[in-house]
Design a protein around this ligand. Sequence first.
Ligand code: PLV
Length: 329
Amino acid sequence: MEGSLAARAKGEHFHTVTPLLESWALSQVAGTTVLLKCENVQPTGSFKIRGIGHFCQEVARKGCRHLVCASGGNAGMAAAYSARKLGIPVTIVLPEGTSLQVVRRLQGQGAEVQLTGKVWDEANLRAQELAKRDGWENVSPFNHPLIWEGHASLVQELKAELGTPPGAVVLSVGGGGLLAGVSAGLAEVGWQHVPIIAMETQGAHCFNAAVQAGRLVTLPDITSVARSLGAKTVVARALECTKEFEIFSEVVEDAEAVSAVQRFLDDERMLVEPACGASLAAIYSGLLQRLQAEGCLRPSLAPVVVIVCGGNSIDSRQLQALRAQLGQS
Ligand code: PLV
């Protein structure tokens, strides 16, 4: 308890400043210097701790007595970690298909875990129900200004390290929290002109569907293996961002995302989820070069930052199974 009180009193961030590493292998593929913002080494295995840690600290300060979070897994890990640091009980609601490994890790953080519904949207209904209890607070994985504010710290770190703006930032979009946060960060540091390449997989492409339609669209189902991108509707703020920032919305097939995960493992010896593979596929599938060829991006680009968002829901056996499912092995 002493540690938690200390953390609360000091208001220290729960996230760490992550390395920005130049990737020789990805730079070779892209024909442009590629820098990896390694969010996979955050305490909870993904960037989520930035925004969710910030959100949880704020609601704890206001007297919240129990946290509840519906999650594809990674937001839940961040909420469970934050709750433990703050000394507050936490309930994580996950879709039924979530791997046992993720459930165990959450329980290891002291979280109560409930499994319900086929996809995140269904688990979220249960979380909203629980959050009506007195003193309980719902932690959205992506839909809150405090979460975006927390994610924006990632861009502050880029600014501190690079000084000058990157040629583009590549990131993955699930519910759109990372996109909203990075956009906010770019505006804060005066880099609002930096192009953002917003990656999704087919079957979890709610942002792309919204961009195409010019309004929010709810997907009928999540069919992609990138479960952590599996929100049926993107946050309204993400769509608004398209009016204020230069955002290219791109969709790759599951096979490209999973193949990118495998190549990244071999190239950089880091294992990430298909949700992150979607961003890596922007390089490995030649999408960056295509955008350059089409005149969307300059032919001679400043270093491109790929946000390696990470993820917990992957191990060597799961990767093998995904590759077999997609006919890659
Ligand atoms: N995952 C959320 C939403 O899932 C969650 O509950 O964990 N990369 C990784 C590894 C992620 O876990 C997520 C979000 C994203 C990218 C996309 O971030 P977002 O939702 O802020 O766009 C259904």
